[in-house]
Design a protein around this ligand. Sequence first.
Ligand SMILES: C[S@@+](CC[C@H](N)C(=O)[O-])C[C@H]1O[C@@H](n2cnc3c(N)ncnc32)[C@H](O)[C@@H]1O
Ligand SMILES: [Zn+2]
Length: 303
Amino acid sequence: MDMSELEFSKALELLRCPKCHGGLDINSVGTLLICKKDPSHRFPIVEGIPSFVKREEISPEDSKWVFEYDEMAERYDEAIKEYDSWLGVNLHEEFRKVIERIPIKSSQHVLDVSTGTGALLILIKEVYPTVDLKLVGVDLSMGMLRVAQRKLRNAGIGALLLHAQVKELPFKDESFDVIIHSGGINTFSDIPATLKEWVRVLKPEGTLLIADEGLSPCARKTQRGLQIVRENKLFGLHPPLEHLPPQLKNVELRWVARDTFYTITCQKLSREELKQLKTEGTEHILIKEMVENMLKKLRTNER
Ligand SMILES: C[S@@+](CC[C@H](N)C(=O)[O-])C[C@H]1O[C@@H](n2cnc3c(N)ncnc32)[C@H](O)[C@@H]1O
Ligand SMILES: [Zn+2]
């Protein structure tokens, strides 16, 4: 299911204009989303995928990556399999285990940010085949989204796909129960703003999962680890713990795929805790302390 087949009224409930935060309407022929607050804000629906960002609005840093992903979209799934033999892992199975740990209930809204060719959306449906999930995927590469659209259709999985930037999502506040992300955050141009935006669209008590390349402190010290980083610098990067916004709690950091990918899972504070955070700022101190301790431990382990 994409925007052309979706029950529009339901999808529109989630969406808001990324420019002025007004609600959106669809035109009678289903080719445009039009802002209710300022009708000059118009977003084309291109072959079922609403596009919320123009090329010139993308930073040069992000453009470079989008260009690469557009170029390699059709080959991406094959290319990523090369990681498996190189690292001696089965990433699909590793991510399946990660997804299995997310508490998923029926009727939940799940957002996959930087969905690429839709791997996590398909995986989540494989893991929870009978659960009624509202799946949404966002990416900045139309090439990758086209491949995701085809794969999801072939698998009979209904999902709303959108062309948008990770740091300017076209959703109302508190729209999603679960947000998942794999394989992009390491190279995003503004990680603090991006995480802030994800937390904005996450519901109170909602779950956030982030996974990307980055060796564990132990793996960094081994010959194998040193070789991996020499061949691909992304594996030398660290989990972006220090950028986690204060509205999060229960942060868990793990490594999967033979210590080559980090995963961060956490929850957004409850409504009550969020209120307290606004008035007292106490939770902010809690997450700061927790993250500082985690970082201290990481640095000690790396020595
Ligand atoms: C390595 S791929 C990962 C795709 C998918 N999540 C997976 O695990 O296979 C990274 C994706 O991030 C997307 N991306 C990069 N920068 C982005 C941005 N600023 N906003 C949205 N998506 C972005 C790319 O287009 C690409 O599809
Ligand atoms: Zn608007």
